[in-house]
Design a binder for this molecule. Structure first.
Ligand code: ADP
Ligand code: ZN
Length: 427
């Protein structure tokens, strides 16, 4: 196998010039709009009501004329009212974890499963995964797309799969050592749990070289903690049920200068979440995604609710040409406003982990009483860290004074899926 083939899964596609990508996207958006309108009654009416005529749609320059869709569009058509194919064409389905309400269903044709596997396989190669390397897949195998997506991709990338799924943390660690796992895939907060159990058992996992983490925000502070504990290179993988699952959108490369998004598969826009207008590259806003190659449920201008910015469209040091976006800083509905100060849970995480002795297990409790919000930070820490130290540091870094409550290591609730970081209560 040539060295080119081992760095890329699909070298031709991953290194297409930006001009080629634009032409490709331009013809694909036109095709996908016609395809959806021809095959899905709900969407045909949706565009009719918005006054959109497929015949007048000229491609990328006209994108802003199309109405966006959102999780609500999926919910209004639950379970599979957005499907563009006959039921006999379906081979698999997944469902979102429902972090923000009623779950979203995504059905797949065989071609969709291949598309997913290809995106995921590109991510494995980008993280250095070579045929024969051992990958341990700890996200759950089930309705959640994490486990199966990583599995389909690993098959395509010819990896040796240890399909542990979630839970049984002690066994996860023993399996890493028995099978010399090189690549460890997880929801990032679960990796923190694995590190705790490893330390409490007095074990190490020297075979691990690479961690692929996603499903929730991957902050630099958390990456650093994991790197220090396991000595592995940490990659931030991105995808969601609506785009077809984990890895469909992309991941950061070894240059760690942003998440490459597979532009031959998805067209990206960033909009101002309030006005809905597109913002220039570099500006933080809500990511809007159009899938260019999916069959069962292609999405056109799907408002992800995730906040990021387009960092660059320049060719990367890794050789890839696909644009890079910033790590997701949060969801539009994650933003907290306390006493006039706006912030995201990820900012609290970054600030907390700067305090020596603070451990990466925390919860933000927001109590609302007669319209007044009080915020409490529950955080695990080693002896010597006080609530006052937490309050003072957050005041300096974020400009608000929460009440800091210190918990002994191992006492805050743990989760095997996405961590629950924010708890809202009315008192
Ligand atoms: P949900 O959590 O909305 O029920 P999914 O299980 O499909 O649905 O998860 C997709 C969502 O998870 C994304 O829209 C995003 O908010 C979050 N997510 C996934 N990967 C990442 C990542 N690498 N960084 C930050 N957030 C992520
Ligand atoms: Zn790169």
């Amino acid at each position: 196998m040539s060295s080119e083939n081992t760095r890329f899964f699909n070298p031709e596609r991953e290194t297409m010039s930006q001009d080629e990508l634009q032409n490709w996207q331009n013809s694909h958006v036109k095709e996908v709009l016609r395809y959806v309108v021809d095959r899905n009654d709900y969407m045909r009416k949706y565009y009719e009501d918005a006054g959109v005529s497929v015949d007048d749609f000229c491609g990328l320059d006209d994108m802003e004329k199309l109405p966006t869709i959102s999780k609500t569009t999926f919910r209004n058509t639950f379970p599979m009212g957005l499907s563009c194919v006959d039921r006999s064409q379906l081979r698999e389905m997944h469902m979102s974890s429902g972090s923000t309400g009623m779950p979203i269903v995504m059905p797949y044709t065989l071609a969709d499963l291949h598309q997913w596997a290809e995106c995921m396989a590109r991510c494995y190669r980008m993280a250095g995964g070579q045929p024969g390397d051992t990958v341990q897949i700890t996200p759950s195998f089930g309705l959640f797309n994490g486990g199966f997506g990583m599995y389909h991709g690993a098959r395509a990338a010819e990896l040796f799969v240890i399909p542990t799924s979630s839970g049984n943390t002690e066994r996860q660690i023993r399996l890493v050592n028995h099978f010399q796992t090189k690549i460890f895939c997880a929801v990032i907060s679960y990796c923190i749990r694995v590190i705790e159990v490893m330390n409490s058992l007095g074990l190490t996992m020297p075979s691990l070289k690479t961690g692929i983490f996603g499903a929730e925000s991957v902050t630099d502070a958390m990456k650093k903690k994991i790197h220090e504990a396991l000595g592995i290179e940490v990659f931030n993988i991105y995808g969601m049920t609506e785009t077809g699952g984990v890895g469909t959108l992309g991941m950061d490369c070894a240059d760690h200068s942003g998440i490459h998004v597979w532009e031959d598969q998805y067209y990206l826009e960033v909009i101002d979440p309030v006005t809905g207008k597109n913002v220039p590259d570099g500006t933080l806003g809500e990511l809007v995604v159009t899938s260019l190659t999916r069959e069962a449920v292609p999405v056109i201008r799907f408002r992800t609710g995730d906040l990021t910015r387009i960092l660059t469209r320049e060719k990367c040091a890794c050789g890839r040409t696909h644009l890079k976006i910033d790590a997701i800083s949060g969801r539009t509905d994650d933003m907290l406003i306390i006493k006039g100060v706006n912030f995201f849970p990820t900012q609290v995480e970054e600030a907390l982990l700067e305090i020596p002795g603070v451990l990466p297990q925390y919860q933000i409790i927001i109590e609302e009483h007669a319209g007044v919000k009080e915020i409490y930070i529950h955080v695990e820490a080693e002896e010597g860290v006080t609530g006052f130290m937490v309050e003072k540091h957050l005041k300096e870094r974020l400009g608000f004074s929460p009440k800091g409550d210190i918990f002994k290591p191992g006492t805050l609730p743990r989760s095997e899926g996405k961590a629950v970081r924010v708890i809202k209560r009315s008192v």
